[in-house]
Design a protein around this ligand. Sequence first.
Ligand code: SAM
Ligand code: ZN
Length: 286
Amino acid sequence: MSPVSPVPRSLPHPLLVCPVCSSALAEGDRSLACALGHRFDAARQGYYNLLTGKGTPFESDTADMVDARERFLGSGAYDPLRRAVVRAVRGRTADPAVALDAGAGTGYYLEGLVAEAPACYPVALDLSKMALRRAARRLPGGISLVWDVWRRLPLADASVDVLLNVFAPRNPGEFVRILAPGGCLVVVTPRPGHLAGLEAVGPLLSVPAHKADDVLASFEGALVETGREDLDYAMSLPRDLARSALVMGPAARHARAEDAAEVAEAAGAAPLEVAARFTVQVLARP
Ligand SMILES: C[S@@+](CC[C@H](N)C(=O)[O-])C[C@H]1O[C@@H](n2cnc3c(N)ncnc32)[C@H](O)[C@@H]1O
Ligand SMILES: [Zn+2]
């Protein structure tokens, strides 16, 4: 994938709304402000924290998890998935103006989309500042926002052409509200057997069946499924990447993965054959 354009572009207007008073947010010199004087300055690393003072009961990804995800994604192991996401978007909307990734992590999937649709303005939203530092670097032509997906999203009604949601929480009511007419939501979920083969480096959480059906049902008919692709492939992972695959995921919170010393000891061991099993779903208004 070619790198994204380094040219910063201005915020499409109206796109963002003030999380305090819901009036439009405009971009100034490294700040966002509304007409009533609520103002949010960019962090040194380029993202905006709109959650100031609010806090949130939800756990965001830790620095270790984010580092592991960057190493893992940097290996190209999920490139087939990123290509499938971009394909799903392009099959529905040739030239999206705004793409929001809710639970964007480090911005990997938006980066892939912008490489193919350079006119698209990317918005990365996540709870994790650690992840958004990377996203802000990856997406210099867009914006990265610290926000909690479970709250009212700081985006105008019908303002988003493409909404991505990759292994991240969903807020169906808000997703429907911000989706533009003719827009689409692309959701990626794992299927049972995803990451099978990793047991050799640590315990796996089991993936429930029918996740994609549950996603569709959660929209209660407000969005319908217009496409679904099951994507299966095998990854050959050296031990250090296998460990990253565990540490970057939810299993890391529940059990200890093989530690660095054990990985070094096993460095000469053969790569692990690990399964990748995803569903890529496209949803849109009926
Ligand atoms: C498994 S990671 C996936 C990240 C990214 N989509 C990817 O695949 O590389 C889940 C992401 O959701 C974020 N997240 C979890 N709860 C959230 C919430 N309530 N609001 C916004 N983001 C949240 C985490 O910080 C994390 O970056
Ligand atoms: Zn305001």
